[in-house]
Design a protein around this ligand. Structure first.
Ligand code: KIV
Length: 305
């Protein structure tokens, strides 16, 4: 059994200052993908509220609930042995008061199997982060492009392009680090700003659409595997073309079913030892052929005549 990646280990990986290798993070939402990413050696898996778009097919992350993040968290936890597990705090689960924020973060740890939580926000969230950390809940910050503010931003747009905006994002990151976050996601900002942020805070920064000068990177797992065929933002690199490969594979299946090539003998079950060798003609005989000679049709399906 692989040893779990811990919060102190992640916190110590300030790669840009030579303290450890760069961090590689991905998002996942189920046990199978979690197993794949874990075996590939990612340092941490985020169950992002991006699940509202990637899994639920929505146009934003706003509708995701704490229950849903917990549900996907339990699945991901079952598929993960080594990677650290981060749960995303959904929109409005931490905005209406520190007590409620702590209670919801606690639910992610208790019910979702997470080992830390992530929340979007800067200075205005510092008190929330501080209380969570004091209560023993490790927090990952998220500054720059904050998808939960999509309407306020007028879309998913790169942030911090002018000096005032850049300064404000830098202050956000510093406030969140000061409040006790052990890692900070920096999303959708110019690369030089991400570099300034990385230099200014003593915890690792994890970039997405933020250039190379961060202490690590994160991508949506479906994006990096090429499972999202409809959208390819500039910051995404597809390392595979799983969507197209999946379409090709399923086309082969459809063709083989239609022309009778699947299932072959290697995918079928033989007769039991006491059954006569005969080709099945009736529905009963066909089922007995598949399930074995002792198969009791009536007991399994009820009377057919
Ligand atoms: O929700 C999410 O998947 C995220 C990452 C893209 C950082 O916040």
């Amino acid at each position: 059994m692989a040893l779990k990646v811990t919060v102190p280990e992640l916190r110590a990986r300030k790669a840009t200052t030579g303290r450890g290798e760069r961090l590689a993070l991905v998002t996942a939402y189920d046990a199978t993908f979690a197993r794949l990413f874990d075996q590939a050696g990612v340092d941490a898996i985020l169950v992002g509220d991006s699940l509202g778009m990637v899994i639920q097919g929505g146009t934003s992350t706003l509708g995701v609930t704490v229950d849903e993040v917990c549900y996907h968290g339990r699945a991901v936890a079952r598929g993960t042995q080594r990677a650290h597990l981060i749960g995303d705090m959904p929109f409005l689960s931490y905005h209406t008061g520190v007590d409620q924020a702590v209670a919801n973060a606690g639910r992610l740890l208790k019910e979702g199997g997470f080992e830390s939580v992530k929340l979007e926000g800067g200075k205005e969230m510092a008190d929330v982060v501080q209380r969570m950390v004091r209560m023993g809940i490790p927090v990952v910050g998220h500054v720059g492009l904050m998808p939960q503010r999509v309407h306020a931003m007028g879309g998913f747009k790169v942030q911090g392009k002018d000096e005032d905006a850049a300064e404000s994002i830098l202050e956000d990151a510093m406030a969140i680090a000061e409040a006790g976050a052990f890692m900070i996601v920096v999303e959708g900002v110019p690369a030089p700003l991400a570099a300034r942020i990385t230099h200014a805070v003593d915890v690792p920064t994890v970039g997405i659409g933020a250039g190379l000068q961060c202490d690590g990177q994160i991508l949506v797992g479906y994006d990096l595997l090429g499972l999202n065929d409809s959208l390819k933002p500039r910051f995404v690199k597809r390392y595979e073309a799983f969507f197209q490969r999946g379409v090709d594979a399923v086309r082969s299946y459809v063709g083989e079913v239609r022309d009778g090539a699947f299932p072959g003998p290697e995918h079928s079950f033989g007769l039991g030892p006491r059954a006569p060798e005969a080709s099945p003609r009736t529905a009963e005989a066909a089922l007995a052929h598949v399930h074995g000679a002792d198969f009791d049709l009536a007991a399994a399906y009820g009377p057919t005549h």
